[in-house]
Design a protein around this ligand. Structure first.
Ligand SMILES: Nc1ncnc2c1ncn2[C@@H]1O[C@H](COP(=O)(O)OP(=O)(O)OP(=O)(O)O)[C@@H](O)[C@H]1O
Length: 208
């Protein structure tokens, strides 16, 4: 799915956080957004996800103002996990979408194989470490196989080995057809997996 930003403005407490005239995120690319703290990266992802509304302007999905909620999955910077097992957290979205048990099992097997999940699956998701929580949140997002994946610093708490596996997963999602827009502060990661690296600065999108 492609995403076009059209004249988006967003102000918080009289501070202009975003002021983007026009930007087109092409279908089936990995976009990496970088920028200093507080430059509006999460705000931009939240607006694309429809979690927040811009003060002005609009977002087009495949050139339309609307899209199916199911076409977008979002991994928040601070993932919210539910007070139940890791297993339930990962498959929750699929159950909600009424995906049948066979397909759920197939996807679980496929996606959980990226990480060493074994002993984690029955643990309460509220009791996980930061890196473990990010693994669960990334799997919960990937398993939906959405057309658009929005990932806000998905590996910021992961160790190097898990980070590389997460990157492999993200690349595979692209190869399956998803468009990925992710935020990272890790320049090496941006170079490893980004098709396009963009810099958010003074509310505007620039290229690195
Ligand atoms: N709901 C809100 N109410 C008021 N101010 C907000 C709100 N959300 C974000 N802001 C402010 O908007 C600015 C941009 O925040 P945002 O979280 O988008 O930045 P960021 O680039 O993702 O930062 P970081 O790299 O630290 O995660 C910050 O100054 C933040 O304090």
């Amino acid at each position: 799915m492609s995403v076009r930003i059209c004249n988006i403005q967003k102000t918080y407490n009289s501070k202009r956080v975003l002021d983007i005239e026009n930007y087109h995120f092409k279908e089936n690319y990995i976009y990496v957004i970088r920028g200093k703290n507080g430059e509006g990266k999460s705000t931009l992802l939240n607006i694309i996800a429809g979690i927040e509304k811009p003060d002005y302007g609009e977002v087009l999905y495949d050139f339309k103002t609307d899209c199916l909620r199911y076409d977008i999955s979002m991994m928040l910077q601070k993932p919210y996990l539910f007070n139940t097992t890791v297993y339930e957290n990962i498959i929750m979205g699929l159950k909600y979408r009424k995906i049948n048990k066979n397909e759920i099992d197939k996807r679980l097997k496929r996606y959980c194989s990226y990480f060493k999940m074994g002993e984690l699956m029955n643990k309460n998701a509220k009791k996980l470490s930061g890196g473990e929580s990010q693994r669960v949140a990334l799997l919960r997002s990937a398993i939906l196989e959405s057309k658009l994946m929005l990932l806000d610093e998905p590996t910021s708490s992961m160790d190097y080995e898990n980070t590389l596996m997460a990157e492999k997963l993200i690349l595979d999602m692209k190869n399956k057809g998803s468009t990925i827009i992710m935020v990272t502060h890790d320049m090496s990661q941006a170079k490893r997996i980004g098709d396009k690296i963009i810099l958010l600065e003074d509310g505007r999108i620039n290229y690195d």
